[in-house]
Design a protein around this ligand. Structure first.
Ligand SMILES: [Zn+2]
Length: 436
């Protein structure tokens, strides 16, 4: 009975009836520690809420449910929900108004554009009650990672809308030429954790390593870009603390976050349902890989229901020792990240990243793979002073062997001081120039 009450109270808080930071954090934490069955009960209730709303207010979802002869109240299990179609990201290029709720013109909303690192940039609208819950979800993860006071957190995600009010946001590039001053500020203010994209963290890590400084951090949070195993190792060595990865996207906020165990990432269960599905859209529960689709509980401007974020991943089944009971996911990367080989085969970019990290991780700081054509690939990286020029040929040969390619493919090795950035400032691990 007490449990049911807790679940109902958490539901009322997070569906927006009782708003305050304290209540949000209590509800998010309670949900993260619920038994699986109870958690699913809470999530299905939130799903029915958003589906009822979508049925009433969004023409696209009304048409879907009518075609399926289904009403929101009929959705009791994940299997029922699997009957819904998967939304692809490209819906936003076409008739996006079909997905907006009636009366959207009068709603308060914020607008955000995705960076375009997964293809074309898209513009997403979110209703105003979402940023609060998203912000509090991030705060909760920072507490779980061991931060006791948010005033002790600073980060370089200052361009990300719902991060601006998280701890202290610092514009890293204002200090780009005076990293000594930045380190002084970090130490004087007593920050115990810092966050940022790996491309920025690496610059700071190199500086403190070179100057033999210590920032006395409890942990570092990485996000917004791909964190390779080699970069993680480098950062942990320089900052002398663990690095926890945060997975998220503009449309949904933080999807999952690593805990101190660093085995997969705990999904944000209070504000979304994360599913891994097969090609037919059916949920996968075991350790098989599939596409990640997400239903957001809080976007009343434009409900995102079984929305495909473009990533693939698998579940980690065992219970986590950190105390959270939320499911853990392992992200395998972008499903769009495949090299197209001359013989028509598709080869996962992450295989190459993994290979390079394993063998050359200590000799290069960042890696970027650019596919120029079906016959030409550029492998760009920022070498460390330990890199030996004679390895260029060895790398090329090893990669050709790994991909089982013959002379029809050329791999150009390019050592650079900086890698290609997107307009948003992100440095993607893979850029495909095919079909452009
Ligand atoms: Zn954990």
């Amino acid at each position: 009975m007490r449990r049911k009450l807790k679940s109902s109270l958490a539901h009322s808080i997070l569906s927006g009836r009782l708003r305050s930071e304290f209540f949000d954090l209590w509800a998010i934490d309670s949900i993260s520690r619920m038994e699986r069955e109870e958690l699913l009960h809470y999530q299905m209730r939130r799903i029915r809420d958003i589906l009822s709303y979508a049925y009433e207010r969004v023409s696209y979802w009304k048409a879907v449910m009518d075609a399926l002869h289904i009403k929101p109240k009929d959705i009791q299990t994940v299997e029922d929900f699997d009957r819904f179609p998967v939304m692809a990201r490209d819906i936003f290029y076409y008739d996006k108004y079909t997905y907006y709720a009636d009366g959207w013109e009068k709603m308060k909303y914020f607008q955000a554009s995705t960076s375009g690192s997964t293809g074309r940039p898209i513009t997403i609208f979110t209703s105003t009650n979402s940023p609060e819950i998203r912000l509090n979800t991030n705060k909760h993860f920072l507490y779980v990672c061991g931060l006791s006071n948010l005033a002790r957190f600073t980060h370089f995600f200052w361009t990300i809308q719902n991060f601006r009010r998280l701890g202290t946001a610092i514009d890293f590039f204002a200090y780009r030429n005076d990293l000594g001053r930045l380190c002084q500020i970090l130490r004087e203010k007593g920050y115990r954790a810092i966050g940022g994209p790996p491309s920025i963290l690496i610059l700071l890590a190199d500086y403190i390593k070179e100057k033999r400084l210590s920032l006395s951090l409890k942990f570092v949070q990485s996000g917004a870009e791909y964190l390779s195993p080699a970069t993680r190792r480098d950062l942990e060595e320089s900052f002398q603390c663990p690095v926890y990865d945060r997975y998220g996207c503009t449309e949904l906020g933080t999807i999952a976050h690593e805990c101190r165990m660093q085995i997969g990432a705990h999904v944000s269960v209070s504000n979304m349902l994360v599913q891994i599905v097969d090609e037919s859209g059916k949920s996968i529960s075991g350790r098989a890989s599939g596409r990640i689709v997400i239903t957001s509980f809080d976007n009343i401007f434009m409900p995102l229901i079984r929305y495909k974020i473009g990533d693939i991943g698998y579940w980690i089944d065992s219970e986590c020792e950190c105390g959270l009971r939320t499911p853990r996911i392992f992200f395998e990367g972008r499903s769009l990240h495949f090299l197209e080989l001359p013989d028509g085969r598709k080869y996962p970019v992450l295989e190459i990243v993994g290979f390079m990290s394993r063998w050359y991780g200590g000799y290069m700081k960042r890696l970027q793979i650019i596919q120029e054509s079906h016959h030409s690939i550029r492998l760009c990286f920022v070498p460390t002073h330990l890199y030996d020029e004679r390895w260029d040929g060895l790398i090329t040969r090893s990669l050709m062997e790994l991909m089982d390619c013959d002379g029809e493919l050329t791999i150009h090795i390019e050592k650079k001081a900086a890698l290609l950035e997107m307009q948003s400032g992100k440095i993607p691990v893979f850029i495909s120039l095919l079909n452009k």
